[in-house]
Design a protein around this ligand. Structure first.
Ligand SMILES: Cc1cc2nc3c(=O)[nH]c(=O)nc-3n(C[C@H](O)[C@H](O)[C@H](O)COP(=O)(O)O)c2cc1C
Length: 445
């Protein structure tokens, strides 16, 4: 029986009579509906994400059951309840899932994962390949990725955290599919997303249009690496009532995330993991990529993640507007040409507001004995006066080269520390060295 027939039966059984729209029976087998289309997605210049490109087995999740999982150990009540909170999310490569689980723990709420009827493989997620599944789907505005299993009965929930990764600055169409088939009238919706660099606001505008009768709270964007304390702090700041509802005084609207989650530190980094086969390896010398817990990460992404985890800092990844080649030789050739031309490659998306940060961890690979030219673009555009800059770098034999001196020249008003540089040949085993170094910094005493 197709999922939509099951879904229809579910409705007929009266189990979700008040919570689902009758329009679901009009769906095509691809999961698209005949309802109005959301505004077309603005393509992001370069939605690079090594973790998205390497979701490994995380996409092979079993179909979700209709009964949301409880984050607490309490068993499901026999009588229908109301006033509860649900964390409902989609995650292709695990980043949003990690945030969703942290929210559920902090809010004591239940979890429901929107699972695609056909799971996304790592090849499916290769946004750089114009023929990949995500690109084909993205190019068809009517496409809605079909949902595996039944939708949850939302009657018991007053408040729903709605989570997703940004795909071309929008929620993926599986989330649109959910929105078009669920009745969220009167419910409080708290959107959150993970992304490489883009903010959540545009995607929330689109979602709001699909459920205008819901009470929309301010959206919150998180980076690709889980910052547990930032997520927990955010949930606590929402002041959810004991019954799961939120304070009426909580801000409405769709503005971008707060400039800071309370930390005074920001990890800014640039990482270009090369497109190599990482099967069965821990690190690939020279390929700017390593495998950590089964996930391929850029070397700089890996270092940045450890620093962020240890310090509770916020994170901002510098992403190039025009994607760099992911093959080694074309990449280093382009990097050399940019250096010879003294280019300033464009950065995708908006730069972060740095006003709330006193400490900037600045991470970059050593390219041809210098910072990648996109770091110059960044440093030209910001003023780090009065801040402490902590450089970190992965190198192929030259350490920082002259980059510390260069940063001091470009940011004369900043205090630029000596930083930490690690060889690409030993980065895979350098976690403890990074942890010891970052915790020993004067800014962390
Ligand atoms: C197809 C695709 C499109 C993406 N588009 C964007 C984008 O427009 N802006 C952005 O900042 N990140 C973009 N990303 C990066 C993801 O939002 C980011 O890696 C996210 O944390 C993945 O979450 P997940 O692990 O829960 O799937 C994109 C990733 C993919 C696979």
């Amino acid at each position: 029986m197709s999922q939509f027939k099951r879904f229809f039966t579910f409705v007929l059984a009266g189990m979700t009579a008040l919570s689902l729209l009758a329009g679901c029976s009009q769906q095509s087998s691809s999961g698209s509906t005949s309802q109005s289309q959301p505004s077309s997605a603005a393509p992001s210049g370069s939605p690079a994400s090594s973790s998205s490109e390497n979701p490994a087995s995380k996409t092979d999740a079993a179909p979700s059951e209709s009964q949301p999982a409880s984050a607490s150990s309490e068993s499901a009540p026999a009588e229908p309840e109301t006033g509860k909170t649900l964390v409902l999310y989609f995650s292709a490569s695990g980043n949003t899932k990690a945030v969703a689980e942290t929210i559920a723990t902090a809010a004591g709420s239940e979890l429901y994962e929107l699972t695609p009827a056909e799971p996304y493989t790592s090849d499916d997620l290769r946004w750089t390949n114009p023929d990949s599944r995500v690109n084909t789907e993205h190019n068809d505005p009517a496409h809605r990725t079909a949902i595996a299993g039944e939708l949850p009965d939302l009657a018991a929930y007053d408040t729903i955290f709605l989570g997703y990764p940004l795909w071309w600055r929008e929620a993926p169409s599986i989330v649109w599919n959910f929105m078009e088939n669920a009745d969220l009238s009167g419910k409080t919706i708290i959107p959150f997303c993970t992304s490489t660099s883009d903010g959540i606001e545009g995607s929330v505008e689109t979602l709001r249009g699909m459920a205008p009768a819901a009470n929309w709270m301010q959206g919150r964007r998180f980076g690709e690496n889980l910052n547990e304390s930032a997520v927990t702090q955010w949930v606590n700041s929402l002041e959810l009532e004991a019954d799961g509802s939120s304070q009426p005084a909580a801000p409405e609207g769709t503005s971008a995330e707060p400039a800071s989650t309370g930390t005074n530190a920001l990890v800014v980094y640039f990482s270009v993991p090369e497109d190599v086969d990482t099967t069965g390896v821990d690190a690939i010398a020279g390929a700017s990529v390593l495998v950590s817990n089964g996930t391929a990460l850029g070397n700089m992404e890996y270092m940045a993640g450890i620093i962020q985890r240890e310090t509770g800092a916020d994170s901002y990844r510098i992403v190039e507007q025009n994607a760099y080649p992911r093959d080694h030789q074309p990449l280093i050739d382009q990097a050399q040409q940019e250096q010879r031309n003294n280019d300033r490659p464009a950065i995708a998306g908006e730069l972060p507001d740095l006003s709330g940060y006193d400490v900037i961890y600045l991470g970059y690979p050593n390219w041809w004995g210098d910072m990648p030219m996109i770091l110059y673009t960044f440093l030209d555009a910001v003023d780090l006066s009065g801040k402490t800059v902590v450089p970190f770098c992965v190198h192929g034999g030259s350490g920082f080269s002259g980059t510390i001196r260069t940063i001091r020249q470009l940011e004369p008003g900043a205090e630029v520390l000596d930083g930490l540089t690690i060889s690409r040949n030993s980065i895979g085993g350098a976690e403890q060295e990074i942890v010891t170094w970052v915790n020993g910094l004067p800014v962390n005493q």
